[in-house]
Design a protein around this ligand. Structure first.
Ligand SMILES: [Cu+2]
Length: 113
């Protein structure tokens, strides 16, 4: 009898763990204003500090961010705002002007080319 209860409890715990890992979502964020490797580092290290972001991978050639996030903690809109706060445009969310001004000259639009 006791064994059954233990097994049932363990099953519930395992079920809970499985469910909570399912909330990890993936999205692609268009990063049309990234210029160089420094932008990549700025965004990747900046986004790593945001709660709910499991991974933010910047593809410099494609100008896109591959993001894995916890849907229960953060949504796409908040992710776009976080990128904007770093000085970069995310999808249709324009870069925060103050953050953009603070970027290194090479990271501004057309800065290096
Ligand atoms: Cu840059």
């Amino acid at each position: 009898m006791k064994k059954t209860i233990i097994i049932a409890t363990m099953g519930m715990i395992l079920g809970f763990v499985a469910c909570s890992s399912e909330e990890a979502k993936h999205a692609d964020v268009a990063l049309s204003t990234v210029q160089c490797g420094m932008c990549e580092k700025t965004i990747e290290s900046g986004m790593a500090k945001i709660d709910g972001i499991a991974k933010f991978d910047v593809d410099l050639n494609e100008k896109v961010g591959h993001v894995t996030y916890k849907a229960s903690v953060i949504n796409l809109e908040a992710i776009e705002k976080a990128v904007s706060a770093l000085g970069y445009q995310a999808n249709n969310t324009k870069a925060d002007p103050t953050a953009y001004e603070a970027l290194a000259p090479c990271c501004k639009i057309g800065g290096m080319h």
